[in-house]
Ligand binder design. Structure first.
Ligand code: NOJ
Length: 762
């Protein structure tokens, strides 16, 4: 008793000291910024709100800034992005610190999306690991490298929920589920920021794109979004909120409209929700020229939309210079007030202060720190992540793992395509350093296995399409050989082999920004190749490279096995080879459903039931279904195979009544009954059977990855408390309603064990 009391007193003393320190630190920061702002002219304050990109690197928008040097010297720039290399960053910082009147340092940002120079799998692939520790490590490694390159601000995590794989930017997020998306958002923010922005190896994160960008109509990028508040609150907003709760320092507004007002000028979004409800106290940056784009949205001229954005709560204007060129005039005309400019300026200065830029504008960038870039540790992490991202979609006759004997025909346009390994949004990654699948397989097994390589097909033969995809370079390379000759060569290789590995899919920039596709199947050239390979009668293993779920009905019937490798990053080839040869047992599970056909989109596991749900095998007339395709996707959310087999016991519940403050333990025994050691991702879903609004047929509420040796059994225990039952009701209040809940635990969203309990709030 006494001990507990003493511990309590010690804890209280500790937290009081911590609070007192924070209060003192905030007071010191405020004093510093007050003094600085007293010296600033109006122009210099507006200058802080201006974010420019001088060009030179990989373009991430259609215009680049001009006269950047002059503007920096005049105090007209608050930050830069797209400056690649520590020397260039330091050079620009010197201009600000030595040549501008008040010596205010710039903040340097970058699209550090899935790694910096060491590139990890695209976020959608990495999410399939469901491994928040691994994901956090990748963010950490990215922050180490980015800071060594002089950067202090990462335009990540991208947390837009997406249920439409036509949208190319599905590649950049965690998929279709808000619960998983929230866990990943928090892990990434913590990885980047480490709760301490002053460290010389942390970056300020920027959660984006606020908000709902992933719900663009028709999957067409930048398109209109229209969504009910209740859907926003329950299904789309939680990951942004999770990033805020994890302490993210900045937020990027999105290109789309919300309630027909562009996000960048939407006061409800940027002030009422973000600041008042969610208590966000960092700064908000626009997306690339999204202030200016409000003109095209039909909200007025540049002066009007800039004023609108500032008043809505936007602090920093990316590239478009609407703030820089019009805010002064708007102030003179009474269209904005000085307080709005001061508030925005203060938020930018606070960010710089928190990053320690006033003390050390160069943030200890040194030649010693440069050694972290592409370090052996980071490359090892990249290899591990590339393997953990792989999702085994099919594996008939246990054709995988490949045997290390005999002959393998390695064919396909992605088998030896270095340029395509990093995936979209790898602005600092050097594709020349990436490992191809051919290299990975040869390194691992060439001394035991004969590997015959043939390209077999171009990624696509459609020249107009290829021209659009190849905007950053020839990702889709058209050889001189005819398509028939390429297929013949591949077939000849297959005939000599015991097994065919066909590396098929998309080029890296067939997904990503401005890369929507209406047809998300394999291009025709590759379909023809696959058909010819299958006709040889040899087992065909497809290794899929893709930035989005694809429609693969025919392919999944024809192939013996399919391993989805996404775009694995710098070490892609090594990581995939590890999986193919069984060094790693695949454990990835899909985080976005693979539609049966485009006509099914949007297709997602946590849908509502409708009033006329179709029951598999039951009558179809007057039911919610299709005449020509099933309702179920080809591969559901949470799906992914292993080289081994896992058996699930029925669920045991520690109680059947849940009350406020109590916990129910939902437990299953999982047995590895196959022939390999392996990892299994055990998933918990709940269904609220009767509520004041229609609730989804199931909702992910927990997941645990367990390692099981061959023959081993483990009990997995999911504690369930009332928080897991909460949702936003039609008055947008978070509530847990009494009644019956179904508990589902299983290997994917479709194959589950079930039990039920009652929530009694009295
Ligand atoms: C536009 C993209 O939408 C955003 O994600 C990115 O951070 C900016 N460009 C800066 O490159």
């Amino acid at each position: 008793m006494k001990k507990t009391y003493l511990l309590f007193v010690a804890l209280m003393a500790f937290s009081y000291t911590a609070i007192a320190q924070t209060v003192a630190a905030t007071a010191k920061m405020n004093q510093f910024i007050d003094q600085l702002m007293q010296k600033m002219t109006l122009d210099e304050k507006i200058g802080q709100l201006n974010l420019l990109t001088p060009g030179g690197g990989i373009p991430t928008g259609s215009v680049v800034s001009t006269d950047v040097e002059t503007k920096i010297k005049k105090g007209q720039v608050g930050g830069l992005f797209g400056v690649i290399g520590a020397d260039k960053v330091l050079q620009a910082q010197r201009l600000a610190v030595e040549k501008s009147r008040l010596h205010i340092p710039l903040i340097f940002g970058s699209d550090v999306i899935h790694g910096h120079k060491t590139t990890f799998p695209i976020p959608l692939g990495l999410a399939c690991s469901w491994d928040t520790t691994l994901i956090k490590q990748t963010a950490r490694a990215a922050a180490e490298e980015a800071t060594a390159d002089g950067l202090s601000w990462a335009f990540s995590p991208m947390v837009d929920i997406c249920r439409d794989p036509r949208w190319g930017r599905i590649a950049e997020g965690a998929g279709e589920d808000a619960f998983l998306g929230s866990a990943i958002a928090g892990a990434m923010v913590r990885g980047y920021q480490q709760n301490n922005l002053r460290q010389d190896n942390t970056v300020m994160a920027c959660v984006k794109h606020f908000a709902l960008y992933g719900a663009a109509e028709g999957g067409r990028d930048y398109n209109t979004v229209d969504m009910s508040r209740i859907r926003m609150y329950n299904e789309y907003l939680p990951p942004y909120k999770a990033a805020i709760d994890a302490g993210v320092g900045s937020v990027m507004s999105s290109f789309n409209v919300i309630d027909d007002i562009p996000a960048t000028g939407n006061r409800w979004l940027l002030t009422d929700l973000l600041r008042k409800q969610w208590q966000f106290n960092g700064f908000v940056v626009s997306d690339y020229t999204s202030v200016n784009e409000m003109e095209a949205h039909g909200l007025g001229n540049l002066q009007q939309v800039s004023a609108l954005a500032l008043k809505a709560g936007l602090d920093m204007d990316m590239v478009g210079e609407g703030f820089l060129t019009t805010l002064k005039k708007s102030l003179q005309q009474g269209k904005v007030i000085l307080n709005d400019i001061n508030t925005a300026c203060r938020r930018i200065l606070e960010a710089k202060y928190k990053l320690g830029l006033f003390e050390n504008p160069y943030r200890n960038v040194s030649s010693e720190r440069a050694a972290v870039i592409l370090s052996p540790d980071h490359l090892a992490l990249s290899r591990k992540a590339a393997a953990k991202a792989c999702v085994l979609l099919k594996n008939n006759h246990n054709v995988l793992p490949l045997q290390r004997k005999g002959t393998i025909a390695l064919v396909g346009p992605l088998a030896d395509s270095r340029r395509n390994m990093l995936g979209t949004w790898s602005v600092a990654g050097d594709w020349h350093k990436a490992i191809t699948l051919k290299e990975g397989m040869e390194k691992l097994a060439a001394d035991q296995v004969k590997i015959i390589y043939a390209k077999g097909a171009n990624i696509s033969d459609d020249t107009l399409f290829n021209h659009k995809v190849n905007v950053f370079g020839p990702e889709i390379e058209m050889g001189t050989a005819s398509s028939d000759a390429m297929i013949q060569e591949a077939v000849a290789a297959a005939q000599k082999a015991d097994v065919v590995v066909a590396a098929l899919g998309e080029a890296a920039d067939m997904s990503g920004e401005s890369s929507s596709r209406a047809d998300i199947g394999l291009p025709e050239s590759q379909q023809k190749l696959l058909k010819a390979l299958v006709q040889t009668g040899k087992p065909v293993v497809i290794v899929l490279f893709n930035g989005r779920p694809l429609t693969l009905v025919k392919e999944s019937q024809m192939a013996t096995a399919i391993l989805d490798a996404w775009f694995g990053g710098t070490e892609a080839g090594n990581g995939i080879a590890d999986v193919l040869f069984g060094v790693e047992n695949p454990s990835g599970k899909l985080t976005a459903s693979f539609p049966y056909s485009v006509g099914q989109i949007p297709v997602y596991y946590n849908h509502l039931n409708t009033g006329r749900p179709y029951v598999l095998g039951g009558p179809t007339k007057f039911k919610s279904d299709y005449l020509d395709i099933p309702n179920a996707p080809l591969f559901p959310f949470g799906y992914g195979l292993s080289y081994t087999r896992f058996l699930y016991s029925p669920i045991t519940l520690s109680d059947t009544i849940l009350k406020n403050g109590t916990t129910i333990h939902a437990m299953v025994k999982v047995t590895n009954s196959g022939n390999y050691d392996g990892e299994e991702l055990v998933q918990l879903y709940l269904r609220d059977e009767v509520a004041s609004i229609s609730r989804p047929v199931k909702m992910l509420k927990g997941f645990q990855k367990i390692v099981l040796k061959k023959g081993e059994t483990k009990t997995v225990d999911f504690p369930i408390q009332v928080d897991a039952l909460k949702f936003y009701n039609s008055r947008l209040e978070p509530v847990a309603e009494p009644g019956k809940y179904e508990v589902m635990i299983g290997t994917n969203s479709d194959v589950v064990q079930t039990a039920s309990f009652t929530f009694n709030n009295r």
